[in-house]
Design a protein around this ligand. Sequence first.
Ligand code: ADP
Ligand code: MG
Length: 244
Amino acid sequence: MIRCVDVYKSYDLGGREVTALTGVDLSIEQPGFYGIMGASGSGKSTLLHLLAALDTPARGEVWVSGKPLHTLGEKELTLFRRREIGIVFQQFNLIPTLTATENVQLPGMLAGDDQAFLDKRSGELLERLGLSGRSTHRPDALSGGEQQRVAIARALLYKPRVILADEPTGNLDSASSARLWGLLSEVANEQQVTVVMVTHEPAAAAYCQRVFVLMDGKVRGSFEAEGLDASGVANRYQQLVRPA
Ligand code: ADP
Ligand code: MG
């Protein structure tokens, strides 16, 4: 499903090289709900960008759904991203002038897909995410939690096998956050999707089945989170990031 082998990535910051990932190894074999935790600056977003085919590694291998992303060109990466990956960001990234339905359909409209298919699929998804009564609302008439659920519906439009979410509840209150984590977990389990969520919140990671811990651009280790509550996750996390 997802495999990273010795992945390196750095950024050029006005002539100064900033190293973000320094030899990431990671393997996810089964669909399910996975977390990536790590301090700010540890490389979480950089790693998620590579998995999302939004960027390529300087060195190493990135495999997603059987595709070697490290070997693909710009065009192939764009196609792969459209068809195989759903992405959810902290800032929702909805178009303010479009309704919930239109936002969900947008990737399909841009691709010139059949309108009857898009109407059917967006209707199913909005219903599944508890948004049936909100389909004609624009984002400013939706709560933060509802906006993020629209973004998840949009990410699911083409039944991707992988959903990537970068701090998806960073802008939500705790009740909406908990509902969203529950939904992501259900999506992963019901639809045999691999959901990878970046978070710094133990309460979020407690919904995951396994959590990978990033530190200084490397995977420091991982732990089984099934059955752990937030404080259990926080304990396991602290054990892994403790200096050796
Ligand atoms: P996290 O998401 O865990 O906070 P990031 O992946 O965003 O970490 O960043 C990892 C490192 O790479 C940090 O030192 C950050 O400053 C740097 N970095 C990330 N994106 C860029 C960028 N576009 N240009 C320059 N440096 C970047
Ligand atoms: Mg980040």
